[in-house]
Unconditional design. Sequence first.
Length: 406
Amino acid sequence: MTTTETPDTLRRILDYSSRADPYPLYAELRETPVARQEDGSYVISTYRELTDILHDPHLSSDVRHLSRPMPQVDAETTPAFINMDPPEHDRLRRMAMRHFGPPHTPGLVTGIEPALTATVSGLIDDFAGKEQIDIVDDFAYPFPVTVICRLLGVPREDEPRFHLWVNDIINSIDYDPRTDPKEKLDKGVQARKDLRQYLGGLLEQRHGRPGDDLLTRLANDDGPDGRMTDAEIVSTANLLLIAGHETTVNLITNGILTLLRHPQMLQRLRDEPDLVVPLVEELLRYEPPVHIIPWRAAYSDITVGDTVIPKGSQIMLMLASGSRDPNRFRDPDRFDPDRTDNQHLGFGSGIHLCFGGPLARREAQIALTELVRRLDRPRLVADPPPYRRSPVLRGPIHLHIEQSAA
């Protein structure tokens, strides 16, 4: 494996003109599994190399290990655990998971299933009499936002406030000082400050008070690792609020788009509702909500394949490319819910495997099952639809469909 520069391919992937279909470019990128870029960073695009490095203890999520400082896009004094390394990452993730899933809260996802179904049903009820629906605005966005607000203890009526902040934060994730206006960075920094201040205000109201929401539990529970500081709680809540709906919006929207492009699968799901479990796994491989981890750091020299990545290098992980690698998946460009051994990278891998994966899976399963069951002869208005700007969190910004008004 020869390490060469492939700046043109990567540049085209990141360019908005490729957003609707980056997969042929990923195939080009995979010709050089570990590719050094002009700026000294490295891009990894093949399944084996991605899984190897995601499990390598020399891969860091801490920006301080980069030899070339990144623009300050994160204004938090205390980063979220997704941007930490062990042992601090492990401690904070363990403390958050204590209230979010097994073994201490094993019934969280199953316990809210009736509420998930009721929310989905209510949104679909509002489609009645409409010939045209925007799956994003009318369904895929309000559903997970409602869910994560309920779980965290964030007032749902505050969504118009934090929606603007979240948009600015998402837009700044892939900030590149060589091509992007500084306003993009500045808006992201300010949005992080505003969201932290907002969540901090909610947290102040939860100390010493009973409640089942995550903010209240984190504010008052002393587990085996003690109690999070307020700054740690705010950072964790910030991460969960954003990741808890942004990725699920893409998963649901990409799911409906894929089913409408494969009408035989849409009909099959209607006839076989249990198909939804492997179908969502195949969606996570075929049209994942997260395409790229834009940076990780090598805090010592890392050998990937036969390439040595020097200490301090920035590393870009092309997860969606790895999930379409023909050396790992047979006929990878075919949507196949019957695929076996589907160990995709849709939720990442290693110690940073998606914290909310079980919830996102169940949200998508319920959403797609009910949409397919209740939509009346749905059809796309435009294909491809308009996409978000971000190449990192890739999905349609709108998905207009038509159905019978009857």
